[in-house]
Every structure is written in structure tokens, then in C-alpha cells.
Design a binder for this molecule. Sequence first.
Ligand SMILES: C[S@@+](CC[C@H](N)C(=O)[O-])C[C@H]1O[C@@H](n2cnc3c(N)ncnc32)[C@H](O)[C@@H]1O
Length: 251
Amino acid sequence: MNKLLIRININTHNNKKVKGRKKLKLTNRLLKIASLVTSNKRLADIGTDHGYIPVYLLNKNIINFAILADINKGPLENARKEVKRNKLDDKVDLRLGSGIEVLKKGEVDEIIIAGMGGILIGELLEANKEVAHEAEKLILQPMQAQEELRKYLLNNGYEILDEHLEKEDFRLYEIIVAKYTGKNTDVEDDVYYEIGKKLLENKDELLSEFIDNKIKKYNNIIEKLGNKKSDAILSRRNSANERIEKLKNLI
Ligand SMILES: C[S@@+](CC[C@H](N)C(=O)[O-])C[C@H]1O[C@@H](n2cnc3c(N)ncnc32)[C@H](O)[C@@H]1O
């Protein structure tokens, strides 16, 4: 994971140096996630680690209250230090525990779960449905198994409200904004679990690069399968070729 860049004593607001303050410069991925939080909403950042997103939003007065939670003591201590350094103690609540199990109904409006696997994110939502279902907005940024997360959301009553791609150091990150509505959503084809429909609707500017990467991935799979002709290999080669055709048709 890329480290946030921290610049010391260079807050030049109104051309004056503000001594003793550290100015956080969020990476593209974190900045994009932060930009999706609605002003004045109560936020929970689950798996907060460094706590950079809520600290950034509180410093900018975009939000006034956040719960920062992590399952591990070390990361939660990182977040605590960041909160103290920024004198935000009275605006945050730090909680040790797994996922959204640390939250009670009605405590927050929006929830970020970023930097974890898509399957784990689904499991965390499942572990406290009461809280997951009442959230006005879930901002989810799976590092892998994005397809599984979309499948979980769309088949468990969540609507995908929006999706974004963000590039950081040559890697494309997928950010999914969802909300529970109680209605499942059918997709016409499994390819839409891999390429979120909102990315297509929005004509995301990184979409063709994203799809190209997927096509390369399937071509690598086909190459690795070699010339062997067992039924299993033939079937895997066929499904990879089929997916490549579908991906090409999306562009
Ligand atoms: C890779 S870091 C991501 C930090 C930050 N959210 C980001 O996107 O940059 C993952 C964090 O999630 C925490 N974590 C892992 N499993 C968790 C769980 N079940 N509940 C809460 N936090 C968890 C880890 O301790 C770690 O701090």
C-alpha cells in the first residue's frame, strides 16, 4: 500500500506558514474515496489503519464526527496518533474490533471499508446487517475479488449507486458506492460482475485501460494453459476466449 505523503510546516494557506501543523496530502486512491463522503454526515472508517481519510475530512470541516475502527491494535494506535497530532480527539471515536460489529444502529450515516479483499468486505457487511442495511452510503474499495463483492451486493439487496476507477502507481483501484434497498439486481451477463455497469454508464476515463488489462489477464491465462487438450483445459480456454470477446464488445 502506498504511504501517504506528509509535508511538515508547509501549510501556506493565505500565503502564511502555519507552524506546527502537518499537512496531509492524500494519495489519489484515498483522495477519491474521501471525495465520495457527503458533507456533514457522520462517518465510520472501518479498517482505518493510518486514519488518513477521516483526519483529512475533519481537518477540512467536510465532516464533524467520525468513528475510526480497526481489528488490530497497531493500526488503531497509528490512527490515534494521527488524530492527536491533528487535535481532533473530541471529534472522533476510536474502536477496536472487527468490521461494522463495532457500530450500533443509528451511530453513523456513511461507512467506508477500503483496502481489504472483496470477499472479506462482503463478510463484514453480512456480520452486522442491521447497521449495513441502514447506512445511507457504503463506500467500498476492494483490493481484490471485486467481482465477488459486486455479486454479493447485487444478490443481497444492495444497489450499486456509483463506481469509480482511480490510478495510483500504475495500479487501477475500483471504488464501489452502494446502498441497501432490499431489491436484488439481475445482470444480463456475468461480465458485469467483472466490469461494473456504472463504470460503463459513466464512461470512466480509465475504463478502456481497465478493460485492456482484463483482456491481457485472460490472454495470459490462455498462454499458460498451453496446447494441452484435456476436457478441463479446453473448457477453461473456451471460457477465457468467450470472456475476451465480451470484454472487447464492451469497449
Ligand atoms: C491495507 S489496510 C487499509 C487501510 C486503509 N483503509 C486504506 O484503504 O488505506 C487494511 C486494514 O484493515 C484492517 N482490518 C483487516 N481486517 C479487518 C476487520 N475484519 N475489521 C476491521 N479492520 C480490519 C487491518 O488491520 C488494516 O489496518
